[in-house]
Design a protein around this ligand. Structure first.
Ligand SMILES: [Zn+2]
Length: 552
């Protein structure tokens, strides 16, 4: 009997981002994607990576890391994985171009192996898993679905995709191959759920071009277009719209400059007219003759558009009469930051086009009708919705049922749940893989961890502030020599209840027995508890309390 195959989602099932999934067959493991999540709260954390300890514990069995495409939420956590796990990384040309610089900057010497759509690679020599790359369309070039051949049949992982049969450049989604895989039999379809809640179908990328041309042609002043710099087909369309409206092009933002260069070196931007002008030349051009491609469409304060909005950019300024186009989707969680950005740009007198009609953006993720079409094309025995918050996974499962899959064959899983597939069917195992979030700040090594407790403390401090209680006692008797002195940071209502809190603390110390009174740890705990209780009673709030006991 062929061995069972286990599907182990480590990230991306229950959140938008940090996508990472392991497939285990026999003694081999194939990893699909390893991405980051951008934090929604401002807690001094730059990126969130999935908990990869399940893979690290099994590092000798990981035979290959297979990348669907080059977006950060699919490749950004590779440095975290490759520090512990040595395995070849397989990806298409553009995907590896997005990864190479980041890994080099993190000092990681990775074994990168380029694969073209249609090719098959094995997860190690003699491994029971091999992976075929199948071209799909998405908001980045060279995106692929992965068809995994395993002892339990074919598993199809869509990666991120939309069904665009006439893309701006590059191959269309390979529906013929997906259909052929379906006819040969697919045990399990793992499919992108990001847009499962949106009815209908996505707009094709080519439809954005005319809208951009009109917007750049109609604008009187400078036009700033913010988009994801990895969305090369969008860059191509913006550049073409700039050329058609008689504008030269400038680039703002490090990511934009870097990715524009990668796109040019890979042959996506070949016309000489597409050479961008330097910032000082851009400054001298009449406003009507300039278009600017910039980063910062998600409201990131440190990105170029954020600095322009605050008037802090050294090279250019947004002035009345200028137009700003946000040609991107808002990642869930960024709505407030984007709203603030648009406010600031409007205050500078710019006309801001976002959510415009006709649309100046087309999503890269399949909507409900396309998800159903994928299921009908592949005709899988079972469906596992991936890439999305839980409600999006649940909606995708409902689409599966509507397409004729029995309810018990639509598996809505969360990170860490293990689905085992064997000759008798499939089941969720009672044991779980460790899963969760690893917080990190970017630094010269790529990233350093920020422990969970630190993040938790920061959240507590933000909610209610910090109170510090300092007490001096006599070492031999435990008698109070001075204090407790109370200090606060960010605690509302502190002065009004200071005396009451001190009184409560002194009573708690008096109530300690003679042995406890000379034990600094006991005194500290009693002090901390009393201060917390008193604050809560007096103000209804629970600041963090730090108790310091000095023995004299
Ligand atoms: Zn993507």
């Amino acid at each position: 009997m062929p061995p069972p195959v286990r599907i182990v989602p480590l990230g991306g099932l229950g959140e938008v981002g940090m996508n990472c999934l392991a497939v285990e067959a026999g003694d081999r493991i194939a990893v699909i994607d390893c991405g980051v999540l951008f934090p929604e709260e401002n807690l001094g954390v730059d990126v969130v990576a999935p908990d990869l300890s399940w893979l690290v514990e099994r590092r000798d069995r990981v035979g290959g890391i297979f990348l669907t495409h080059g977006h950060e939420d699919h490749v950004g956590a590779l440095p975290f994985l490759l520090r512990h796990v040595q395995a070849p990384v397989f990806g298409t040309r553009f995907t590896l171009a997005m990864v190479r610089g980041r890994l080099a900057a993190a000092g990681i010497d990775a074994d990168l192996r380029e694969v073209a759509p249609g090719e098959v690679r094995s997860a190690g020599e003699g491994a029971p898993i091999s992976v075929e790359f199948v071209a799909v369309t998405h908001s980045i070039p060279d995106a692929c679905a992965l068809a995994l051949s395993t002892p339990q049949g074919t598993l199809l992982h869509t990666g991120d995709f939309k069904i665009d049969e006439r893309p701006v450049a590059g191959p269309p989604i390979d529906l013929a191959r997906l259909g052929a895989l379906g006819r040969a039999g697919v045990r399990l379809l793992l499919s992108d759920s990001t847009n499962a809640e949106r009815p209908g179908s996505t707009l094709g990328e080519a439809a954005v071009g005319p809208a951009l041309r009109d917007a750049l042609g109609d604008a009187r002043g400078r036009v700033f277009v913010a988009t994801f710099s990895s969305n090369v087909h969008r860059l191509v369309q913006v550049v073409a719209a700039a050329a058609a409206s008689g504008r030269r092009l400038a680039l703002l933002g490090r990511g934009m400059v870097e990715n524009f260069e990668i796109a040019r070196s890979l042959g996506y931007l070949t016309e000489p007219a597409w050479m961008p002008v330097a910032p000082d030349e851009a400054r001298r051009l009449p406003p009507r003759e300039l278009a600017v491609l910039t980063t910062g469409s998600q409201g990131e304060p440190r990105a170029a558009l954020g600095r322009l909005a605050r008037g802090e950019h050294p090279d250019l300024a947004v002035s009345p009469g200028d137009t700003v186009i946000l040609s991107s989707r808002q990642i869930p969680g960024n709505e407030l930051a984007v709203g603030r950005l648009v406010d600031e740009l409007c205050r500078r007198g710019a006309e801001v086009l976002w959510d415009a009609t006709p649309p100046l953006h087309a999503t890269g993720h399949a909507q409900a009708d396309e998800l159903r079409r994928m299921i009908e094309l592949v005709r899988p025995e079972r469906l596992v919705p991936i890439h999305g918050q839980y409600r999006q996974l649940a909606r995708h499962a409902a689409i599966g049922r509507a397409a004729g899959l029995p309810a018990e064959r639509c598996h809505v899983l969360s990170d860490g749940q293990i689905l085992e597939l064997d000759d008798d069917g499939a089941r969720v195992l009672p044991e779980r893989a460790p899963s969760g979030r690893v917080y990190a700040v970017r630094d010269e090594l790529g990233a350093s961890d920020v422990p969970h407790l630190v993040v938790q403390d920061r959240r507590l401090l933000a909610e209610a502030g910090l109170c510090i209680a300092v007490l001096a006692v006599a070492r031999d008797t435990g008698a109070v020599v001075r204090g407790p002195d109370l200090f606060s940071v960010g605690v509302a209502g502190f002065p009004a209840c200071e005396a009451e809190v001190r009184g409560e603390a002194l009573r708690a110390l008096e109530a300690l027995g003679p042995a406890a009174r000379t034990d600094a740890a006991e005194v500290q705990e009693a002090l901390r508890g009393a201060v917390r209780r008193a604050f809560r009673r007096a103000t209804g709030r629970r600041p963090s309390v730090l108790a310091v006991v000095l023995e004299l």
